[in-house]
Design a protein around this ligand. Structure first.
Ligand code: BLA
Length: 509
């Protein structure tokens, strides 16, 4: 990584997306102090409350909202970090008009947002749409079918042109694992995107605020008045539902030919597992009540997901014990350990995904797939002998630790070494390809080559190149689960070895 790209990447991560001081035009915002005196308003407030923004600042909220709305508001106040409360079909100035409201705390302020309700939709029963769709996901069975079904369901609920299920990797990059879209639109299914496309602070924010709608990338939005408090602080809009989004990201969407975007977080065990990324070729607004139903759908989907992943984990455990049983059976039939191991290599790949394998045992070298040659392995095994003696050794960049391996990067970048005897050092070594060559990256097609209006700041294309430098020479990280399986295998192989040596000793007697 050159100093240049590093500066660019931090610029990206520093984009202060929670204090941009604007809302999108589909809603308006008021922030009041703890005594309910208005401190900030968005400059588009007049059609909602009948007064210009500047006049409202300093007035008590009770004077500008109808009494029954104030009563409903007070009844809804729940405390708690990150609690956002919703009120649907509320009255403001015009007795015939109805609004949806979102209420939350931000620092010492209470933030209230309004969005007009389309009266022709008032009878819509958005919630009832969610249940049959969740039912379909429940019956999906596999993870792949579940995510595909979820993309279809999300498209039905949202009416967006295209819906992707985007899953994060441990390094923050992510791939599109399912997609449902209008037939004439480009497909992103299966593509991997660099972590910087959804930078750190955005990912952190999306854990707290689960849905954002960018209704129109050409909407100039409405600024908050005043921009900062008397103490000089901007209003934190992290939990706001009308927050205007980063101009960098708007540029990115324009480059993709997208005019409206909605993303909904998919959480698992308190972490951001991924998101639904929804695109539309023209501006698209969804009412807050419908967005709430969509958020509920995403919640239910998350539960289904963790249930399925739990099942998968259990299945992997079973695969591992089946592998052990097969191995024992082969040995009992009199196969040599090396032959037996080669025979179960297919099963081993299911349990611990890898691209190549070397078995070095009893002075013999066997290799399958993306692996070093016997000559290359001589040096490599000498290096492995210097690493932690009694356990599984993993690295996702062997070239960084053992320089000669950097020359093998066309075949493998990382390895998992499982010592299978005490002495002399015998190993089962699994190899993985370099990630940049093993994965289809979403590089050029959607990314601009020239810097946009944000001048020298990072363009998506450049971030991709920078990312490529960062992962050069690395394979996909070895999961905790894979390492655990390897540990079980190591213990099993040691036992087998001890039995063999005992048996040999018996014979010699
Ligand atoms: C936000 N980037 C996002 C979001 C998505 C993506 C889904 C959430 C906002 C939304 O709903 O649109 C990225 N969208 C994708 C990807 C796909 C997709 C990968 O559909 C794949 C199909 N983005 C960059 C670079 C920067 C950047 C280089 O590419 C940094 C300078 C920034 N992305 C960026 C920022 C946000 C963002 C700052 C936060 C926007 C906000 O919430 O204010």
């Amino acid at each position: 990584v050159t100093p240049d790209t590093q500066v660019d990447l931090t610029t990206c991560d520093r984009e202060p997306i929670h204090i941009l001081g604007r809302v999108q035009s589909y809603g308006a915002l008021i922030a009041v102090s703890s005594d309910w005196i208005i401190q900030h308003v968005s400059e588009n407030i007049q059609p909602f409350l009948g007064q210009p923004a500047a006049d409202l600042v300093g007035q008590p909220l009770d004077d500008v909202l109808p009494r029954n709305t104030i009563t409903r508001l007070r009844a809804k106040m729940i405390e708690g970090r990150d609690a956002v409360n919703r009120l649907f079909g509320v009255r403001l100035l015009d007795p015939l008009a109805r609004y949806d409201m979102s209420i939350h705390n931000s620092g010492r302020h209470l933030v209230i947002e309004f969005e007009p309700k389309d009266r022709s939709r008032i009878e819509e029963d958005t919630l009832s749409d969610v249940y049959p769709l969740i039912q379909r996901i429940r019956g999906a069975g596999s993870l792949a079918r579940c995510t595909a079904e979820a993309a279809r369901a999300m498209r039905a609920l949202s009416g967006f042109d295209s819906v992707m299920v985007y899953q994060f990797q441990p390094d923050g990059s992510g791939s599109v694992v399912a997609e449902d879209k209008r037939g004439d639109l480009p497909s992103y299914n299966g593509l991997r995107f660099p972590a910087s496309d959804i930078p750190v602070q955005a990912r952190a924010l999306y854990k707290r605020n689960l849905l954002r709608l960018i209704a129109d990338v050409n909407d100039p939005g409405a600024a908050l008045v005043p921009q900062v408090s008397p103490e000089g602080k901007p209003l934190d809009l992290s939990l706001s539902v009308t927050r205007a989004v980063s101009p960098i990201h708007i540029e990115y969407l324009r480059n993709m030919g997208v005019e409206a975007s909605m993303s909904v977080s998919i959480m698992r065990n308190g972490e951001l597992w991924g998101l639904f990324a929804c695109h539309h070729r023209s501006p698209r607004y969804l009412e807050f009540e419908r967005r709430t139903a969509i958020e509920l759908f995403a919640h239910l989907f998350s539960y289904e997901l963790s249930h399925l992943e739990e099942q998968q984990r259990a299945r992997a455990q079973e695969d591992m014990s089946r592998l052990q049983t097969r191995l024992m059976a082969l040995m009992a039939e009199g196969d040599r350990l090396s032959d037996s191991l080669m025979k179960v290599s297919g099963d081993l790949k299911e349990v611990i995904p890898h691209d190549g394998m070397v078995l070095y045992a009893e002075g013999k070298f066997h290799a399958i797939g993306a692996a070093p040659t016997a000559e290359e392995f001589v040096g490599l095994s000498r290096f492995l002998n210097t690493t932690a003696a009694s356990g599984v050794f993993v690295t996702d960049s062997i070239g960084a630790q053992y320089a000669p391996a950097a020359d093998c990067v066309d075949r493998f970048a990382g390895l998992m070494a499982i010592p299978i005897s005490r002495r002399p050092r015998d190993y089962l070594v699994l190899f993985r390809r370099e990630i940049a060559t093993a994965v289809t990256w979403a590089g050029d097609p959607t990314k601009p080559v020239t810097p946009g209006p944000n001048g020298l700041r990072l363009t998506p294309r450049k971030s991709f190149e920078a990312w490529r430098e960062i992962v050069a020479g690395h394979c996909a990280p070895w999961s905790k689960h894979s390492r655990h399986s390897a540990e079980l295998l190591r213990v099993l192989l040691l036992e087998i070895f001890l039995k063999i040596t005992d048996a040999a000793a018996e014979e010699r007697k």
